[in-house]
Design a protein around this ligand. Structure first.
Ligand code: PEP
Ligand code: MG
Length: 315
């Protein structure tokens, strides 16, 4: 029965009443592209470029990067590809960008902070992206990880402009301060993308690599949903888009709730795309909005899920 339900749903992501929610893939490099294409991804919503260089002792050259990026961009002609600049540090150390002696690596010089401390590495990557996209019809977007405030967003936007990049540039919302002041961040960039893995980690002060605090990493936590709603509402007010690219988007029920909160696209591991597409197609936008309100009204993650499920199953 599950197979039949999946076979029925191909094509772009949308609710049953036609509200479009592009379903995009999270990839770590060219090797992940076939699965994304097979799943019918409408593009890439998160290209984790740091995975291409995770074992490297030295910064990759502009030519090496250009070749790797081009392979991913070529796979989605006319599609959308959102590339994240190197997100080094904490769970993803890159020796050429991050120090290994910080007392709290998750709170240290990681993500955009590390790139702003090594502007040559950021500039090389942005130039490589500009070259990789040359002559392709792909719709390139570039975003920065770990943006904390408007000043971070401004520094990133300036680096993109200086590199001559013809792309939309955006900020990931992974730090609560960026969600709380999303409208200010949006004065500098053209879109937001919520990284719910880190956003949960920083909202609950719960290390994503520590199993003992996994309860607090649950993306159904109403406090996390509140922050998602803040960012999505800010983007709507500014006439800009706000996607989700954290693991939360891969849970079909939660994908409906995120849609109801105002999120405009969902990016996930390719294998989840058919399930999210099928579930979304069974519910109207109004149902998703009611499910989102019910989830936010709950006191904990388990009750939020139960409440959303009840709305979506028409109970
Ligand atoms: C996130 O934090 O939710 C995210 C998408 O980025 P990563 O998992 O690569 O840190
Ligand atoms: Mg992250």
């Amino acid at each position: 029965e599950r197979r039949a339900a999946l076979a029925d749903t191909t094509g772009p992501g949308a609710t049953s009443d036609g509200h479009k929610v592009p379903l995009l893939a999270n990839v770590g490099g060219p090797a992940d592209v076939p699965a994304a294409v097979e799943a019918g991804a409408e593009g890439v919503g998160l290209f984790r470029t740091e995975f291409l260089f995770i074992d490297g002792e030295r910064a990759p050259s502009e030519d090496e990067q250009t070749a790797a990026y081009r392979q991913v961009l070529e796979a989605f002609p006319e599609g959308r590809v959102v590339v994240r600049v190197l997100d080094a540090g904490a769970d993803k150390p890159l020796p050429f960008l991050t120090a290994d002696d910080e007392p709290n690596p998750a709170l240290g010089v990681r993500g955009l902070r590390a790139l702003l401390a090594h502007p040559d590495v950021l500039d090389t990557q942005l130039r490589a992206l500009a070259r990789a996209a040359e002559g392709l019809p792909v719709y390139l977007e570039v975003m920065a990880p770990m943006v904390a405030d408007r000043a971070d967003a401004k520094a990133f936007a300036e680096a993109c402009r200086a590199a001559g990049l013809h792309a939309k540039y955006g900020a990931m919302v992974e730090i609560p301060s960026a969600a709380l002041r999303a409208r200010a961040v949006l004065q500098e960039v053209e879109f937001l993308s919520l990284g719910t893995n880190d956003l949960a980690q920083y909202t609950f002060a719960a290390d994503r690599q520590v199993g003992a605090v996994a309860r607090l990493q649950d993306p159904w936590q109403p406090a996390l949903l509140d922050l998602v709603a803040l960012a999505a509402e800010a983007a709507k007010a500014e006439g800009k888009s706000c996607g989700v690219c954290g693991e939360a988007a891969a849970d079909p029920l939660l994908a409906c709730v995120l849609t109801g909160l105002g999120v405009t696209s969902l990016s996930m591991g390719p294998s989840a795309i058919p399930y999210v597409r099928a579930t979304l197609a069974k519910h109207t936008l109004a149902q998703c909005e009611r499910a989102a309100a019910a989830a936010r009204a709950a006191d904990n993650a388990a009750d939020a899920r139960t409440a959303a499920q009840a709305v979506l199953s028409g109970e």
